[in-house]
Design a protein around this ligand. Sequence first.
Ligand code: FES
Ligand code: FE2
Length: 376
Amino acid sequence: MNIHDPAAELRANVAQPFEQARAMPISVYTSESFQALEQDHVFAKSWLCAGRADALKVPGDYLTMEIAGEPVLVLRDRDGGLRAMSNVCRHRMSVLLEGRGNTRVITCPYHAWTYGLDGALRGAPAMDMNKSFCKEANGLPAIRCTDWNGWIMVTLNPDLPEPQDQLAEVDDLVGYLDMSRYVETFREDHLWDTNWKILAENFMESYHLPMCHGATIGGAVDLRRMTCPEGKAGFNYHHILKDDSIALSIAHKDNMTLQGEDRYRTWLMAIYPSLLITLTPGYFWYLCLSPAGPGQVRIVYGGGLHPDFAADPEAETHFATLKGLLDHVNDEDRGCTERVWRGMQGRLANPGPLSHLERPNYEFARWIASRMPEAL
Ligand code: FES
Ligand SMILES: [Fe+2]
């Protein structure tokens, strides 16, 4: 094996059976060349989440993102549909919109070419003397985009099956909670100093809850009541039963539909590559990750309430309680994941063996390995 080939190191790592699994090789996290492979073979080829569909409520609401370096614009069009398109001007290629907002038209900040919400070019000042110029030929290229259970899913890949087909097993597991009905109450952007996979892996295992989250949710979790099954083709998951010590994490008292343990069960799903969802009968929260170099990760962090709680007259109190808790938990995760990034820079760092509670991490490593091209 060529020790300078992170993909080959990873293939050797995941060739071990789970009973002998170790954390992924360090180079998979730190190498620029592996990061470039991930951009081309993971992020440019997968369904990625741009957040919740209810973040784009009315026509003209938009948000921007980058997929493997590609500037992308997602908006609610005049007919109420979701659309994604290139966020690059067809004139001299300026990026068009930044951040989030609402707009009636998309006007380039450079020379004021103007596009409709359907991406068609509507106006271009002083272009009538160029004989090759054709308005109709200069619309913004469309990008695949769909609403899957309330999630905005976007991909640069024309060949992927629709998310509802590719991720049908998610519905088999958590369809009874109907994610599409949850109401988003916050959405924030963050940048952390760690590799995106360290954060994804942190999310996938609840082994760290008692220690890393000892000051918040750790006490409500019993490692013996945690179930970590084998992963599915497009995602991994585990679930835990929580007691009633945490506000909102169990079913609303007036909810008569959920029975038995379903009232207490929290699901943690990692939709490959980078949509991480915690779903409880009372609330949900999520992270959408994109790498910003090996040592930094861009994060969309959002969440909200099950409709039972959103409709409760005390919804604002519920929300404040929830947000305070989640922020604290997230800070704890930031500490843990940034320490892993720092730790693995050391000469004595070495990937150690995985617990049976880290089965999802093993599944994730195998999925990443399966995306990589064969050795050149
Ligand atoms: S680059 Fe957009 S109008 Fe010139
Ligand atoms: Fe955590």
